[in-house]
Design a protein. Structure first.
Lengths: 112, 114
């Protein structure tokens, strides 16, 4: 079945270091969404990517959608302790949100 | 202040009992969802509803039931037939059920069944 693989599962960085998480789909996606879940909290929507090769930035966060629309990445520049949490990607083949395929998430820990 | 309210935050039940988790939204969203989150397993869709009085099974609907009698409310019942009910349950809503409509999540209910 369709899968969205997300790596790494865990990442431990020193404050100030960069961080990247990757999502790879076995099939072409219509779009991909990114969410952040703080420890003990709930997922919060960050961004949606729709176009092939799309790059979007939110302050220190850079999101990319691959040319083939099968992979995506989230890069955080100069991590801060407020970046701690689990980052999820969720890919769609199109149409209905019911068809969102969630990655297992990357848990980020930041040492001050 | 608009949002999604889930209650209670923590819930404890004995095995064999049905339990209903509440989810209310005042965002005027058409679509609502129930997800289950287990450590290391990500989010798995239990049920979803695109409009009032209509709902569909998600990937892991067995042992669960829902209703959507009002646009604002989408309660989830965890029945005694659910073999592993202990989990973190997340309710979400979106403007529409289309995939360009991001999900807004409630704070979740952590259910423990012993």
């Amino acid at each position: 079945g369709q899968q969205v693989m997300q790596i790494p599962q865990y990442q431990h960085v020193q404050e100030g270091e960069d961080f990247t998480t990757y999502c790879n789909s076995s099939t072409t996606l219509s779009n991909i969404q990114w969410y952040k879940q703080r420890p003990g909290g709930h997922p919060v929507f960050l961004i949606q990517l729709v176009k092939s090769g799309e790059v979007k930035k939110q302050k220190r966060l850079t999101f990319q959608f691959g040319e083939a629309k099968k992979n995506s990445s989230l890069h955080i520049t100069a991590t801060q302790t407020t970046d701690v949490g689990t980052y999820f990607c969720a890919g769609s083949k199109g149409g209905n949100n019911r068809k969102l395929i969630w990655g297992l998430g990357t848990s980020l820990a930041v040492n001050p | 202040d608009g949002g999604i309210t889930q209650s209670p935050k923590y819930l404890f039940r004995k095995e064999g009992q049905n339990v209903t988790l509440s989810c209310e939204q005042n965002l005027n969203h058409d679509a609502m969802y129930w997800y289950r989150q287990d450590p290391g397993q990500g989010l798995r869709l239990i049920y979803y509803s695109q409009i009032v009085n209509d709902f569909q099974k998600g990937d892991i609907a067995e042992g669960y039931s829902v209703s959507r009698e009002k646009k604002e409310s989408f309660p989830l019942t965890v029945t005694s037939a659910q073999k592993n009910p202990t989990a973190f349950y997340l309710c979400a809503s979106s403007t529409t059920g289309q995939d360009n409509s991001p999900l807004h999540f409630g704070n979740g209910t952590r259910l423990t069944v012993t």
